[in-house]
Design a protein around this ligand. Sequence first.
Ligand code: TMP
Length: 227
Amino acid sequence: MLRGQFITFEGGEGAGKSTQIARLAEYLRSCGVDVVTTREPGGSPGAEAVRHVLLSGAAEALGPEAEAILFSAARADHVAETIEPALAAGKWVLCDRFIDSTRVYQGESGVEPALLEKLEDVAVGRLSPDLTVIVDIPPRLGLKRIAGRDSASGGAEKDRFERENLDVHANRRARFLEIARSEPERCVVVDGSRKPEQVAAAIIEIVEGRLGPIADSVVRTDGRAGK
Ligand code: TMP
């Protein structure tokens, strides 16, 4: 059985990752690919329980190191329970945030790179995304989009990480772009400030270009290879 492809989506707040994951999943399914969409923190029952602790801000008082440990514990469960079994079954996994979010957010909170590396090693072992799409957006625009989303949903509360100031968001953006520069074989940056359909078309082109024609690498649900 052909192992599935693992694609992660990264970027700042309001970049439109969830919309783009849904669009790519729809496209891949139309090509006959068996797709699993998932997210971090979360994506397995154990990790979803930890998600609430992290995003409510309940863990903030424990300090950035403890938060990094919790993100990594959630990731270890997510990898073991959801991601690895899906890839082994030939499914493609599209994941909203993964290791780069910890490198960027917890790195920006002051956690030492050596600890982050160790935690990454424990949580994911040798698993590495086949492709990481960094949806890049100026922080001011991302925060404006979040403000629009919140007022449309009756003023939903921002999460612990969305509440931070513009400088913090700008530093995170710079860190994501730095990762993209240092790992060009894995990462690609997409301009997320365009219309969603334009961003989606760019992502499909990248996926086709990087991972080869979709039809050749498809494990169909009926068990036949290719289209
Ligand atoms: P999201 O569902 O809006 O992406 O929210 C997840 C938040 O958690 C987001 O603000 C980024 C933050 N986060 C980290 O700080 N470290 C991590 O490792 C992950 C996965 C997310």
